[in-house]
Design a protein around this ligand. Structure first.
Ligand code: GDP
Ligand code: MG
Length: 166
């Protein structure tokens, strides 16, 4: 199985840290899916059962000027075409305006969205549930996955779950 995944989330939630951890192969796509040429491939993860292709989604943050609207449109189109959207947030911070802006972009998206609660190494498990609820009460996520991109906790489990959606 092979499929496309887009990681979105406001700055500093750990998107690059996650990609650096999981991506072994920088490019060399073996897929015939058309969007490969249109979106920037950030990396490929090959597991026993699957090939996960991570692609960039430019324009997913708050538009500051006119060009921003175009970027947002392009981001929406990208999100429509991938197999899974990983929406990454900080486990140690409550939901904020930057997160809400992105959630608004996800409105009416048919693509399954995973809520990725990153940096669980920084929080006490008892505090995690309140943070998760602050997100799940505003959006119907396909999966909720707490992990640590830094130490790798639960990352393998995420890979298995992603594979189910390809
Ligand atoms: P990006 O802007 O979303 O790409 O975020 P980065 O990957 O650049 O990470 C921002 C900061 O968060 C860096 O200092 C990372 O080391 C840190 N970070 C990322 N993931 C984790 C994590 O799981 N645990 C902890 N404690 N820090 C993390
Ligand atoms: Mg980054």
């Amino acid at each position: 199985k092979s499929g496309f995944i887009s990681i979105i989330g406001r700055p500093n939630v750990g998107k690059s840290t996650f990609l650096n951890r999981v991506v072994g192969q920088k490019i060399a796509i073996m897929s015939d899916k058309p969007q490969t040429t249109r979106n920037k491939v950030q990396g490929v993860v090959t597991t026993d059962e699957s090939q996960l292709i991570f692609i960039d989604t430019p324009g997913i943050h708050k538009p500051k000027h006119k060009l921003g609207d175009f970027m947002v449109k392009s981001a929406r189109n990208t999100l429509k075409e991938v197999d899974v959207i990983m929406f990454m947030v900080n486990a140690n911070e409550p939901i904020g305006g930057g997160d809400r802006f992105i959630i608004d972009l996800l409105e009416n998206t048919k693509t399954p969205v995973f809520l990725i609660i990153n940096k669980i190494d920084l929080v006490h498990p008892d505090d995690l549930l309140a943070t998760i609820t602050s997100y799940t009460e505003v959006y119907d996520f396909a999966e909720v996955v707490p992990l640590s991109a830094l130490n790798g906790n639960n990352v393998e489990r995420l890979m298995e779950t992603l594979t189910k959606y390809l």
